[in-house]
Design a protein around this ligand. Structure first.
Ligand code: URA
Ligand code: CA
Length: 431
């Protein structure tokens, strides 16, 4: 087989066979196929698209390009959740113990934050002593015993995707539904779960800026998952403004604890119950989404979800007392209010820019090597649709330095106040 023939076939709108796709992925991973041919094929796919078979074949070829996590030692149906990335997205911290409280195993592999989005591991490390450096054996044991554990990315997962994603980034081929869908799904499948729930974000803070694009991506991923034997569901949710009120690591742990107690922000609570219901249904814990939701509400109301969070933190070296006393979390030295400059209704809070404002305080990383400050971040005091009086606080800045002018300016530039506005709909579609 010659790579040039594979490229020409796709360029002319042909359908690639599983063998041709494997030939490309294996050759590219090994270094036998050069970047210029891979980028040429990526561009051909960008313009000619791929059908369902090709998408499934591409996904599995990337899964098989590296290690795959074997979770077969864990009893039950392992359901994973993936979000396409947002700002102040505290859902995993809440979902993991919540779903586990219903005895659905949550064996989560998580990452760290980069750019305007935070990472689950960084957030959890705001709890003193908590760590994700546990052995595979320990990981399996904890999930079997207590139904929940989080581990950092281990092994050489989907090297083909790493290489291809980096190439796409510099060749104008990131924004292609078959390439994005196979990229995301290959990582989830290699991570070993039996079923997958996807939270596809739409809006300013999201990868997909419109509902139409987000729905296309969600349908593509659900199809791939189901075609390769992993039951998959998805929702489209709003990321035009940050989720909940807290943005920043310790602040989000506090918000997660409040949500597990049933006292969290309305939007975060709603998102968690929606995604959680899908996880519980896929995990065999309920027949319908309605039944699942009732069960989740029960473990919030009776305190079992919060107790599960304590157990989970303690199991991985963390100080579980934080669930009773959030002042044990790292505290910032300065709290600085950002007062509204006019009276009106908040009409937009640009999620990605607010995420960057939090990063500037030290809550996130501009580069992979940056060390983050777990205590700092932002607490929104108003969300879109809320009325505000001149002088009332829009945001509280939690900082470890006094000079936050740059952050303040970024906040003013990205929170708009108008005469009238409505809160955006949180859940756009359930797929
Ligand atoms: N995120 C991914 O993991 N892959 C893509 O291709 C795009 C976003
Ligand atoms: Ca939040």
């Amino acid at each position: 087989m010659r790579m040039v023939d594979v490229i020409a076939k796709k360029r002319d709108g042909g359908k690639l066979t599983a063998e041709e796709i494997k030939f490309f992925i294996q050759g590219y991973t090994r270094g036998a196929i050069p970047d210029y041919q891979a980028s040429s094929l990526a561009m051909a796919i960008y313009f000619q698209d791929m059908d369902d078979d090709e998408r499934a074949d591409l996904t599995m070829a990337m899964v098989e390009s590296g290690d795959q996590i074997d979770l077969s030692e864990i009893e039950g149906i392992k359901v994973d959740k993936h979000s396409t990335g947002g700002v102040g997205d505290t859902t995993t911290l809440v979902l993991a113990p919540l779903v586990a409280a219903l005895d659905i195993p949550v064996a989560k592999m998580s990452g760290r934050g980069l750019g305007h989005t935070g990472g689950t591991i960084d957030k959890l490390e705001a709890v003193e002593g908590f760590h994700v450096e546990i052995s595979d054996e320990e990981f399996v044991r904890l999930v079997n015993e207590d139904k929940v554990a989080v581990i950092g990315q281990t092994g050489n997962l989907t090297p083909a995707d790493k290489k291809l994603y980096a190439l796409r980034d510099v060749t104008g081929t990131v924004n292609s539904i078959p390439l994005i869908a196979s990229s995301i799904m290959s990582k989830k499948i290699a991570a070993g779960s039996d079923a997958i729930v996807l939270d596809v974000k739409t809006g300013a803070g999201a990868f997909m800026k419109t509902d139409e694009e987000a729905e296309k991506l969600a349908h593509a991923m659900v199809k791939i998952g189901n075609n390769v034997g992993r039951r998959t569901m998805a929702i489209i949710s709003d990321m035009s403004q940050p989720l909940g009120y807290a943005i920043g690591n310790a602040l989000e742990v506090k918000e997660a604890i409040e949500t597990l107690r049933g006292e969290g922000p309305e939007d975060l609570t709603e998102l968690v119950l929606t995604l959680g219901s899908q996880m519980v249904v896929l995990g065999g814990g309920a027949k319908t989404l309605e039944e699942a939701r009732e069960k989740l509400q029960d473990v919030i109301d009776n305190g079992q979800a919060l107790e599960k969070f304590r157990t989970f933190l303690t199991n991985q070296g963390g100080n579980g007392d934080v669930v009773d006393d959030v002042t044990l979390l790292p505290q910032a030295s300065y709290k600085i209010e950002v007062p509204a400059r006019q009276t009106g209704t908040v009409s937009s809070i640009v999620a990605d820019e607010i995420g960057i404002a939090s990063m500037l305080l030290g809550a996130g990383r501009a580069t992979k090597e940056d060390v983050i400050d777990l205590a700092v971040g932002l607490m929104l005091r108003k969300k879109v649709g809320d009325k505000v009086e001149e002088g009332e606080s829009l945001v509280t800045i939690y900082a470890n330095r006094e000079d936050v002018e740059e952050v303040k300016n970024k906040i003013y530039d990205n929170i708009e106040i108008s005469d009238a506005a409505q809160a955006p709909k949180l859940i756009h579609t359930i797929i």
